[in-house]
Write a protein that binds this ligand. Sequence first.
Ligand code: WTA
Length: 634
Amino acid sequence: MGSYKIDNLEQYFATYRSSVENPESFWETIAEENFVWRKKWDKVLEHNLKEAEVKWFLNAKLNITENCIDRHLETNADKTAILWEPNDTEEKPRHISYKELHEQVSKFANVLREKGIQKGDRVCIYLPMIPELAFAVLACARIGAIHSVVFAGFSSTALATRINDSECKMVITSDGAFRGGKTIDLKKIVDEALKECECVETVLVAERTKSNIELVPNRDFLLQPLLDNASQHCEPEIMDAEDPLFILYTSGSTGKPKGMLHTTAGYMVYAAYTFKNIFQYQENDIYWCTADVGWITGHSYILYGPLANGATTVMFEGVPSYPDFGRFWEIVQKHKITQFYTAPTAIRALAKENLDFVEKYDLSSVKVLGTVGEPINEEAWHWYNDHVGKKKSPIVDTWWQTETGGIMISPIPYVTPTKPTYATLPLPGIQPGLMDENGKEILGNQVEGRLCIKFPWPSMARTIWGNHQRYKETYFTAFPGTYFTGDGALRDEVGYYRITGRVDDVIIVSGHNLGTAPIEDAINEHPAVAESAIVGFPHDVKGNALYGYVILKEIGEGRNRENLKKEINQEIADKIGPIAKLDKIQFVSGLPKTRSGKIMRRILRKIAANETENLGDISTLLNPEVVEGIIKGK
Ligand code: WTA
């Protein structure tokens, strides 16, 4: 095992040092000793960050599903790979063993091949958190198809944009989804989306809610009968290390969503390595990450990372508030969860409820707690530590991004002393730096700046699907030669990092990245709206909520304002999804702009947060007079 597992602080520092002094031999040893390769690499790394070019494990051959499934069959065939917990407490959980996972994925992969899907084809997966979602993802990986999972809370328009951007040939969906007390007709959303998508030839439909659906002849097929007829033997496609594994869309501050492309070997090595260390995973642990597979956290830390380690990973279909606010803790008790990984927004929501919901359950199985997706505030950290971890389970505050593929800065539990609100230290192989506004690195401790990563790591996204130029411009031009994260951070006196939040126009609401531009575009399509600007403002559960400043056209002026607000939010729900709805809408007569016409969001953010005393110098604005009006009209 060697450097694969870190057990104490001394070992961490030694490992970290060697990973920086000789990154190639560091990653080579890990890759060599812990994975199954059909052929080893000729070279570990080739890179030119100025051009945004990176390759790892050049010319190596492998299939990630052999690493996540087949190799565990020899010793662990009957071990539970995926423990599926349904939405409804009356329904029984499913224990899917590695053997069954192998069968299901192989059959599914054969169905994909039968329907004409080949290596390199894009397959869009739009499914709720049911086992078929895991099978679909792994089946794509088995045959070398590139999966693009779209979170099943996105609207039909958002789904269509993503399907078209990567020209998916197939969509895998379900009749519907159960979420708490609600049923959502997913197939209808897909049908609506596909009116705009000519590239899709086939739709596979898993049955979950048994709701009424229409099947378009020769395009739509129920999944189960196809699986029933498929062989359970499926030769994996042998992939090159740098062959694409998946596309996952994330919001940018401008323009359409970015299809981040991850490739095979580097992603696998990094996801597996970080899973093992950050959760101090041991054989027989029952690990649970509450994210949705529709986000990167679900890709790396529900599926690929845990399965590559032969772990038991829990997949939960429901929501934390159903049937009541004790659901998470009931599941922890029932399955004796050892590692629990969730989002600060969920913690804040649960912390508002009666303590009974958490205290009536036995949580003594928990060894490690984790958070991800946004900064965790001190209060939520302590609530988590006191009432869930009972002050004995270290909290790993894990900082990373869709683009980074895996966790980058995080404590290693029982190794790194934790500090509330701090993601603490970089993982081995990760070289963070803080930059000032002029692109100069800020050295030393007790400093604050823009967070960059100065050296490539195996799981970094390789490009934006179809637009390498945008990839380069977004991440590699602000500070040439380094990867710019878009986040601000500070480094304390001992070198611990604390992420302070986005420094661009991405707003994180309940852990979801939302770009301001697409929301503004959606609002501006309302016939009564002339122009709009969106900013984030602090919210005690969601972290940030959205505040919209809207200028009406003349035809809107006479209309009922409350109705208009509802219509604007409906427009957003239709174009993007309910997660992007605005908490507050203010109608204004103008927006503060620079002389070059750029909206000054800094001022709007302060007004939204009620910090109007220190707006800074507004005299350079094109129209300083509007500011007063906006403050008055709040
Ligand atoms: C934010 C999620 C503070 C950050 C894995 C980042 C965090 C963005 C943390 C990426 C954390 C994620 N502390 N902020 N522990 N983790 N973020 O792509 O702003 O959905 O850039 O990936 O979430 O969100 P994404």
